[in-house]
Design a protein around this ligand. Structure first.
Ligand SMILES: Cc1ncc(COP(=O)(O)O)c(C=O)c1O
Length: 482
């Protein structure tokens, strides 16, 4: 301890006005920020509680309580009969860090905001969801003791039965409840599918551009990604698959994500034959199959194969994120009987069972016809929004951008040549509070071959009357660069 008189801390710029919480909390944070930001030196003497209370027009009790908390957390120390002193000496590398600003949002909150910004891809119309009905279903099951203990790893039987009926009638999936595994979103279903079928270093064909989360799991697990280049309007090159020796193929055949192409029945049959003859796996992610606006959706590969009695090589993946809402985090995997046990063993090791009350509510939502009603209503709504998007894009951009995605799903995919780069446009849009996903987001850097710029605009959660002004704003940013 220094024998020299301690440096008196200057508190003239201390303010609690911009912070939130009680006065005591705000004062605690204001002082802590000064100390952590190294603006108040180690050993510096704080003003007495009475003096600071006068300076800040606070009660003395408030200041005393804030000081006590600072003492308790070790930021300052109390020396008997002498006063309070800064007792934190931060290591050098903290001293160069930016002092935290009172108004800076915590990273998690900032991220949540961005994820749901206008045009964020993959967010359905949340305002149109029948929330009151859903709430009553949750309440119906909330107090059920039988749902509180450990549950069936595979998912509630009642949900698997409801889902099996729904998938058979609406998507012609060839299944029964014993072949369905309820998962935490399609993402968990995809992880299980990979882990159950492939070994490290096995090859898997995947569309490029394609679903980024799937690419991450493939890389993470050490499988070899073999890129299948998706060209605008043409979609997947089936011949490239037929000549491949890969152990597996992952695809989004209903509405290729994000290029918005689809595979016809003839192409689907060829892929099934490739898998069956070579004993290879197909992981079918039936993404966006519910929202086709121009034609009836094609029968899924799994269902086609099932009709021919050869669906042993196909794993079918679906999600409730787009037909209900994202944070529900429920999806499913339909597997050949031979894989059920293995998938359950893996699910057991990874996460154990799935939250039961929401499963029970979902089973009722399906059985009582609410899911189908909601999907029908949303199909009409998204079709209208899609039309509004096309109309606005054509008025504000003319022929400077081209819509390459089919009329389906919750997003529109654009391409253009010359003018602003997709990354610059995305950055400028973000600064304006709009999410514009550049095409590069969906590509593995090692497999980038495009000579055009592209971006994805999700319109699911954008109100119909907001489409025009938002597209106009994007067009202003785009044209600034021409
Ligand atoms: C291609 C694709 N598959 C599946 C999903 C759904 O995943 P989850 O059910 O985990 O939300 C998404 C979500 O964006 C997707 O883009």
């Amino acid at each position: 301890m220094s024998l020299l008189s301690p440096q008196l801390i200057e508190t003239g710029d201390l303010t609690i006005a911009t912070l939130t919480g009680s006065r005591q909390e705000r004062l605690f944070h204001a002082i802590r920020d000064k100390i952590v930001g190294s603006l108040w030196p180690m050993g510096g003497k704080l003003p007495s509680t009475r003096k600071l209370a006068d300076e800040l027009s606070l009660s003395r009790n408030t200041v005393t309580a804030a000081y006590e908390q600072l003492v308790a957390e070790g930021y300052i120390e109390s020396r008997l009969g002498s006063g309070f002193y800064v007792s934190v000496d931060l290591p050098e590398h903290y001293l160069t860090a930016q002092p935290p600003r009172a108004d800076r949002k915590p990273p998690a909150a900032a991220q949540a905001l961005d994820l749901n910004a206008p045009f964020a891809p993959g967010v359905p119309d949340l305002a149109a969801f029948p929330a009151a009905k859903w709430q009553s279903l949750l309440q119906r099951h909330a107090g059920r003791q039988s749902l509180m203990g450990n549950q069936d790893l595979q998912g509630l039987a009642v949900l698997r039965q409801a889902l099996s009926d729904y998938l058979a009638t609406s998507r012609s999936v060839h299944c029964n409840p014993d072949r369905i595994i309820i998962t935490a979103g399609a993402q968990q279903a995809l992880s299980l599918a990979l882990l159950a079928t492939l070994r490290r270093d096995d090859r898997i064909l995947m569309e490029q551009p394609g679903y980024t989360q799937m690419r991450k799991i493939i890389d993470w697990q050490g499988y070899q990604l073999q890129a299948l280049s998706i060209q605008p309007y043409q979609g997947l090159d089936v011949h490239a698959v037929l000549s491949s020796e890969s152990e597996a193929l992952y695809l989004t055949p209903s509405n290729q994500y994000p290029m918005g192409t689809t595979l016809n029945t003839e192409q689907r049959l060829k892929l099934i034959d490739w898998a069956v003859q070579g004993k290879r796996w197909i992981i079918e992610d039936d993404y966006d199959s519910e929202f086709q606006f121009a034609h009836r959706p094609y029968t899924c590969l799994q269902g086609l194969a099932g009709q021919m009695g050869c669906d042993d090589q196909i794993l079918y993946v679906g999600s409730f994120s787009k037909v209900m809402f994202n944070s529900l985090r429920l999806g499913y995997l339909v597997v050949p009987e031979s894989l059920v046990e293995r998938c359950l063993m893996i699910k057991d090791a990874l996460t154990g069972d799935t939250q039961a009350h929401t499963q029970a509510a979902l089973a009722d939502f399906i059985q009582e016809g609410d899911l189908l009603r909601h999907i029908r209503k949303m199909r009409r709504l998204y079709k209208d929004k899609h039309h509004l998007m096309l109309d606005a894009i054509s008025r504000f951009f003319g022929d400077q951008v081209e819509v390459i995605s089919q009329p389906a799903g919750l997003h529109i995919t654009l391409r253009w040549q010359g003018g602003i780069s997709e990354d610059d446009w995305a950055q400028q849009a973000e600064a304006a509070g709009i999410m514009l996903r550049p095409m590069s987001y969906y590509e593995h850097p090692a497999h980038r071959t495009r000579d055009w710029q592209g971006a994805v605009l999700g319109f699911g959660n954008v109100a119909s009357d907001a489409i025009d002004p938002l597209i106009a704003r994007l067009a202003t940013l785009f044209h600034r660069q021409l």
